[in-house]
Ligand binder design. Structure first.
Ligand SMILES: [Zn+2]
Length: 116
């Protein structure tokens, strides 16, 4: 008697039931996939449908809860008057990325340079 389902498929079903990623077995965020594989599947979907890939470093690449919480923290600090250069230094990224995050979450950017 042969099995109807392969060993690999049985493992995938087991992981999905346990709330893990069905590709790698890490903890899932969202549709039975981990943060890494959510991005992989999304990129494959974009490629298949003929859309451009997201730009590297784009805010949408990483959609995990922890990342979103950090984005909100960055935005609230920016809105309280801190300069984007100082925030970039603190978070180990570029000022453009900080401004990108603030803009992406729908807030207005300050115009001009901050006086020291
Ligand atoms: Zn995974």
């Amino acid at each position: 008697m042969t099995k109807a389902v392969s060993r690999q498929r049985l493992w995938q079903i087991k992981q999905a039931k346990a709330g893990n990623c069905r590709f790698c077995g890490r903890k899932a965020v969202g549709h039975a996939l981990c943060a890494k594989h959510v991005v992989v599947v999304r990129q494959n979907c974009r490629r298949h449908s003929g859309c451009k890939p997201r730009y590297l470093g784009s805010v949408c690449i990483d959609d995990t809860e922890a990342y979103r919480a950090e984005q909100k923290k960055v935005v609230s600090e920016y809105l309280s008057g801190r300069s984007s250069n100082k925030l970039a230094e603190e978070y180990g990224t570029s000022a453009a990325r900080i401004l990108n995050i603030v803009h992406h979450l729908g807030y207005r950017l300050r115009r001009g340079r901050k006086k020291a």
